[in-house]
Design a protein. Structure first.
Length: 105
């Protein structure tokens, strides 16, 4: 038994020494910084957006409010100030403030 172990060890040890194990650093995903997240947020032009685009892009705005935004835009001939959105029934200051950085004219 000892001879087999010795023979096995003598055959394996040169192989172990010949090729050292290679260690690779794992690439960890990084979280975006808050400023990067703001830049990554998509802005929406409220003077050209469709009902579907408004509903998909704005927090707290569903299809019915998005339709109301488009109707107001058509009545006004376009928005000249973001605060005009407050004229939309059901769209309050909180909703507007939550979306202010996403809206452009």
């Amino acid at each position: 038994m000892f001879k087999k172990t010795l023979l096995f060890a003598s055959l394996i040890s040169p192989l172990a020494l010949a090729s050292p194990p290679q260690v690779y650093a794992a690439e960890l995903p990084t979280k975006p910084v808050a400023s990067d997240m703001k830049q990554a947020q998509e802005t929406i032009n409220i003077n050209t957006a469709t009902v579907e685009e408004l509903a998909a892009s704005l927090k707290g705005v569903g299809m019915s409010r998005a339709r109301a935004i488009v109707e107001l835009r058509e009545r006004l001939g376009g928005f000249s100030d973001i605060d005009q959105l407050l004229e939309v029934r059901g769209l309050g200051v909180r909703t507007l403030d939550a979306n202010r950085d996403r809206i452009r004219l």
